[in-house]
Design a protein around this ligand. Sequence first.
Ligand code: GLN
Length: 230
Amino acid sequence: MLTIVQVYPELLGTYGDGGNGLVLAERARRRGIAVRLIHAGMDDQLASADLYLLGGGEDGPQRLAVELLANAGFGQQVSNGAMVFAVCAGLQMLGTSFSVHGDDEYRGLGLVPAVTTRATTRAVGDLVTEVNGTLMVGFENHGGATSFGSGVDPLGTVVRGRGNDGQTDGCRMGRIWATYAHGPVLALNPWLADAVLAEAIGRDQLEPLDSVADRLYESRCRALMNLGVD
Ligand code: GLN
């Protein structure tokens, strides 16, 4: 049984990233993979999971989520091998520190050597990233700029938008994957949903699953190319 935990939807659900859990669970089910999707509220005990999903959130809720996760033994679950897929505030929280509005600096969970400072402008709009030759489409809405220490690979190279710093987006460090892209990004990019699912269940790849999401993805890529992304 694959257990997926969507972490603190009431804190980290502002940007619709809860859709990532729904997409993963549905793509698993359609392939006959037994799956359980748990929405772990801030008053619940954090369940053990094979895969934790962290979404985006506003500055205050993001700080509270760090505190709650630190006390809930989240780091231990990750050291024990749980996978993490994190978006935006989720990515910032995994790092060693992040600054929010007013430039106050806060400690992150320290699971990834990453520091997020406040950029001079807020990044709002399309975020397109090339990940191993495939376009990842989404949108971003954040005030951070993130830099990483050694041992961390970026998830991909930014084609449009800011992501971490205008050059790269997100990160991969072992079984921790992260991006600045909302969408929900796994609904917009079915190939990425399957890559996350495959990693979570320890397979190299999954059998293809035809769905309308593929057509939507292709049409989004075409639209972005017409806007000058190629
Ligand atoms: N609060 C963070 C920022 O503005 C993250 C926002 C988000 O998750 N979209 O940088």
